[in-house]
Design a protein around this ligand. Sequence first.
Ligand code: NAP
Ligand code: MG
Length: 502
Amino acid sequence: MNAPAKTHTPSPAAREFLARRHQLFIGGQWLPAVDGGEIAVHDPATEAPLARVASAGANDIDRAVAAARKALGGEWSRLSSHQRSRLIWRLADELEANLDLAVELEVLDNGMPRMVAHYSIAKFGCDFLRYYAGWCTKILGETIPVSPQDVPNGESLTYTRREPIGVVGAIIPWNSPLVMATLKLGPALAAGCTVILKPAELTPLTALLLGDLVRKAGIPDGVVNIVPGYGHIAGAALAAHDGVDKIAFTGSTEVGKKILHAAAGNLKRVTLELGGKSPMVVFPDANLERVIPGAARGAFFLQGQNCMASTRLFVHEDVFDKVVEGVTRMANGFRLGPGLAADSDLGPLISAEQRERVLGYIAAGRDSGAQLVCGGEALPGKGHFVRPTIFSHTDMGMKIAREEIFGPVLCVQPFGDGDLQAVAREANRTIYGLSGSVWTRDISVAHRMVNLIDSGQVSINCHAAVDPAIPFGGNRQSGWGREFGREGLDPYLKTKATTVMF
Ligand code: NAP
Ligand code: MG
């Protein structure tokens, strides 16, 4: 049951990268932090130290903002949209050319299985950048057929232009670090903005690799600045900075609220991609051969450290036992181990702190009277491994069912025949509204449930269907705004209206 996978040794290329001096990438230069601060980075699978990385303080954020402001009015602003597009495309090519190293560093830093890192960086790293490279030439204004100030028809022209919002501070979490970075860079660069990226203190390595790739791609100095650092220092300084025009934040709801307060000083624009507690609702006619792996992967992908995770499984009582049994069999079959070991299905949690937090929720689940079906414990030895855990017969009054755990804990709750509204009410009984799914062969039930579930994304017979072209984001306290697709570009643009009198 959840046998640990074999260990691993990093490749020569990864060892060479790790041995480098890791500095801040500001104005196209690698610079030490002004106060000499550093962050120690560890492998969550072995707890071994990986590297020491410069940690930005408020002075470094000032330098990065100055570099980004200078670049905003420089060569970058004079490039044609075709030229901008080619540079973003080239960054995707550089990432693809360095995919093996990027994947390995991501796995060492974050702990995710190699296959997951490979798929996500290729799909949401490279494809995402290319998707937004294509948008550069398609950012359109409008002509508006009115005659302001009552000039005769045909004697004036009113049009709008979409301009870059300016300097963007991008603050990202540790759960999918490189992908998160590209999700911010793609639309920001397509819009013509300049960026200061603050990766999570726990996972700065692939962001630093990105600094190399930005340079190799020929993106002008200062357009992309990368400043690892602590959230309460570097992140807070960026969120409050008067020289920043917009914050694009992904992380917890709690920190999202702090970002809003910090942004009030200069009324900078804010988009927030926050937490989730997404429901998966299974009706008795659903195809259980798809439901069971869908539920197991939906809940335990990235060890549940995934904002879209289907952590609340609502199952009709007629198929409840069968579904719980099937998902439990899969959960018990996942092998836990370092992401670089070929036979690992699930990696470690990101840190000892996160492991303790998750174990605290598991204890609260036991205390609340939910039935522990499997898991419920950490693996002994090194690494922050927690066995995939299922609680059945939970109800929405319980803390484990309401709060985001961000770990491998699935709550399963039965429902009976009757009112779809009642099922949807349970599904909506959290502060979150990020993702969700409905599993049935009945198209009327499926679409009624889609209407009733209050989430930014509700899929039918699949969960978390994400693609660079599909808008993604949260309702209620899961966030403000949307990323991906055309909508994901809007927050990086501002509209200017111009009227010409002939
Ligand atoms: P977090 O604690 O909110 O941190 C996110 C980022 O904000 C990190 O870079 C962090 O720095 C920084 N930060 C912390 N305090 C700050 C402050 N006062 N001012 C400015 N920045 C600050 O989130 P996390 O623990 O890294 O990630 C897990 C959370 O992210 C979960 O809630 C998850 O649901 C959410 N998430 C959402 C999405 C989505 O698309 N909706 C995607 C992935 C994750 P440090 O590095 O020092 O912590
Ligand atoms: Mg944190």
